[in-house]
Design a protein around this ligand. Structure first.
Ligand SMILES: [Zn+2]
Length: 360
């Protein structure tokens, strides 16, 4: 993916964090150490939203649900090292064991820490998520190539820049970046894709004393198998990347389905949204914002496709600045081309890389 670096993509993933209009009320935050990889914010009794601090690349947020006898986690981050970092912080909150990890979807930044959880931990994901991880498809494809496949080249670029930079603060900063990127590259090489042990196709309810944890597949959207985790008593929903604080990554989306899946999400009774990227949100306004963004994106893509433009050229011309009121990180025209590639695939009738059938 030319001209796009891991570092430059991160703001896209975290986009919308500054959109204060629908941000959740600040709740109590766990005391943290400077070395902590996560900021843990308590959003309900025993429920914490874990958001990366930037100390290490963790990829996505997680949700920690502490029950009477055990702990349920939502998502496992980008590497085993990141998943272990969350486990260390969870152990400071409770001595209860982690017994369940839910993958909201197959993306590397939500499911590539699964391997740190031993055989005593049930990993739950959608059927599609299991197939993507079991077939190795989570380790290839346009999205993976862009975010992870480019890391070795970025490390080499940093080495070249360091060699060309005289001694001084700039060079020291580059060297710190190099150490961080090399460590991250090593961590990604330690990933062994580990599929869910329990598959959900429609819905599943976990009961833990007075707590109910509903896992719902509301339809395709960000991927072919997005699960939302809904706590009805707490009126809280963890949405993975089906709905994020900023505009969600579109590169593996099912666009027509996504709009109706968001309608189904709106039908749940909740007040707090814990997204897979960005801070917690209050209410349902972000659903409206994102549906408007998606509709506008699709209308522009269809027009540019009909005019015969390449996906790359269309990506440069798409202009979503009218959504900047709700997504302030949108400052100029143009969009990451992966969403356009995907939309062109749909328009041209090309089916996405589909994993093989389940082995049963
Ligand atoms: Zn994702």
């Amino acid at each position: 993916m030319s001209g796009v670096t891991f570092r430059s993509l991160m703001p896209l993933l975290a986009a919308g964090v500054l959109a204060t209009s629908v941000m959740a009320r600040p709740q109590s935050q766990e005391p943290s150490a400077a070395s902590d990889a996560f900021r843990l914010t308590r959003v309900a009794e025993g429920v914490y939203h874990a958001v990366g601090t930037g100390v290490m690349p963790v990829g996505s947020n997680a949700v920690v649900i502490i029950n009477e006898d055990d702990v349920v986690l939502v998502d496992s981050h980008s590497t085993p090292a990141a998943a272990e970092a969350l486990q260390r912080q969870v152990r400071r909150l409770t001595t209860k064991p982690v017994r369940v990890v839910i993958n909201t979807h197959f993306h590397w930044d939500h499911a590539h820490g699964n391997q740190v959880y031993g055989s005593g931990v049930e990993i739950i994901g959608h059927d599609f998520t299991r197939r993507m991880l079991a077939s190795g498809a989570s380790m290839r494809g346009r999205s993976y190539d862009m975010f992870i496949g480019g890391l070795p080249a970025q490390v080499e670029q940093l080495r070249t820049r360091i060699a060309q930079t005289p001694e001084g603060p700039d060079r020291a900063t580059l060297q710190q970046q190099l150490v961080s990127q090399e460590r991250y590259l090593d961590a990604t090489r330690a990933v062994v894709p580990t599929p869910p042990t329990t598959v959900v196709r429609d819905r599943l309810v976990l009961t833990r004393g007075s707590r109910e944890i509903h896992l719902r597949f509301l339809g395709r959207g960000h991927t072919g198998g997005d699960l939302v985790v809904y706590l009805p008593r707490e009126r809280l929903v963890a949405t993975g990347d089906l709905l994020t604080a900023g505009p969600a990554y579109l590169g593996d989306g099912y666009f027509a389905d996504w709009l109706t899946t968001l309608d189904a999400l709106r039908g749940l009774d909740f007040e707090t949204v814990l997204p897979g990227h960005g801070d917690a949100l209050t209410g349902k306004a972000r659903i409206d914002h994102f549906q408007a963004y998606l509709r506008d994106f699709l209308a522009q893509v269809r027009r540019l496709h009909a005019e015969g433009l390449s996906a790359e050229e269309a990506a440069r011309r798409i202009d979503l600045r009218s959504h900047a009121e709700h997504y302030p990180t949108i400052r100029e025209a143009g969009i990451l081309s992966h969403g356009v590639y995907r939309a062109y695939d749909e328009l041209d009738g090309r089916t996405p890389d589909a994993p093989g059938p389940l082995p049963w």
